[in-house]
Design a protein around this ligand. Sequence first.
Ligand code: ZN
Ligand code: CU
Length: 489
Amino acid sequence: MKTMYAQSIIRNAAVYQWPSEQPQIMDVAIDKGLIVAVGDCSQYQAQQNFDATGLVLAPGFIDVHTHDDLEVLRSPHMLSKISQGVTTVIAGNCGISAAPYFQACAPVDPINLLGTKEQLIYPELGDYQRAFTLAAPSVNLAMLVGHTSLRAQVVEDLSQPANPDEIAQMKALLTQAMEQGALGLSTGLAYHNAKGSSIYEVNALAEVIKPFDGIYTTHLRTEFHGILDAMDEAFATAQHADVPLVISHIKCAGKENWGRAPEVLAHLNKQRKHQDIGCDCYPYAASSSTLDLNQVTKETDIFITWSETHPEMAQKNLQEIAAKWQMSLIDAARRLQPAGAVYHCMLEDDVKQFLSYEHSMIGSDGLPCDPHPHPRLWGTFPRVLGHYSHREQTLPLALAIHKMTALPAKQFKLEKRGQIKVGNFADLVLFDPTMVCDQATYSQPHLPAIGIDRVWVNGKLSYAGDADLASVVDYGRAGRFLNRTSKNN
Ligand code: ZN
Ligand code: CU
């Protein structure tokens, strides 16, 4: 038998391919950034050999919902994500993207979640791409264009719908970004700087992405009582423009809304017969964002993560702060602005229903700028695998992997990713299926997961879980900016 050569070979790994729930044991050979052989690689010799006996090999995880736009430039080793096995992040969600964006004034809410004015310096997506290449992050990134980012640059009064001239300017910015490789458009209609926009305005922007084969993702106008109407609005926009839709971080928020996951999913399933709709979710019963006065109620436990005006009140409950100041919750919240918060606003059973729904993807929605972030930033993917799949048996491991890999690659058209297949990019994660678990908690949110053994990005070994974390800098940082069509990568 002729001997073949490859850079790396991973031998005897368990590989899952949904809808089969049983793994196949196989070898995978990597060379020049690509998967070159799958199955029996006994005729191959490699410089690096990994014995994966007892471990699972999966395509690198795709975090479909992130706010890592600037984090990949600030902290290019991206330990928060690579330590979870994430090899690709989709940025620009919830209506906020770091490009195209440039403003002389401080970023408005919630663009301030991404970074400071000094860091938001990319008037064109092409400028951002050049910065990305220079920073050489360890993960791949694809970008959505945020509606609120467009609004903040051209709309005079953000509480109002854009006028025809402003819509034309936003369309021009969006067209240019799509030409420069953006994946699509995102909105965050629940946020007060986007809430005032008309359906006409959002429809007009969605039309722009159609000829580019773009995708529309949305943080619904409400995730509370009126969620079904908000979903209908999203369906209508995507249908109007004839583009695929992704509902971001699907949830039933607020006590009056608890237990409605089956109803929400039935509504989604019904509409899926008429148009292409996906959704993403994270594995926690608490949400997090900037402090929103509309969400301040006695029923929801609100934890303040940061406050610009009262930094001494960070990491305290709003109740406690209000008591201390001897004022109502809403007055205390007003006084803390601008601020960040974690809202314990969901029912665990609803979270499980969204997680186990066959067509939901996994997205962390992690907030890297938050000094005391929601644990989803460091814990999302291992938590789905370890806590929900392995321990709670909420969903089969094969389905959990599918939601993190093949499904998002297909939904977002990330070519040659998301599957272990000859010719695909070698984005891979090797993990211990019985050990893998999140460590980050609400009180200690920065702890890396355990059980993630090795991570490769574009064929480069980029993380080793057993090594001292500091040594990660010695590994490759081979992430690429993924254009809408990755053929030209
Ligand atoms: Zn959001
Ligand atoms: Cu988000």
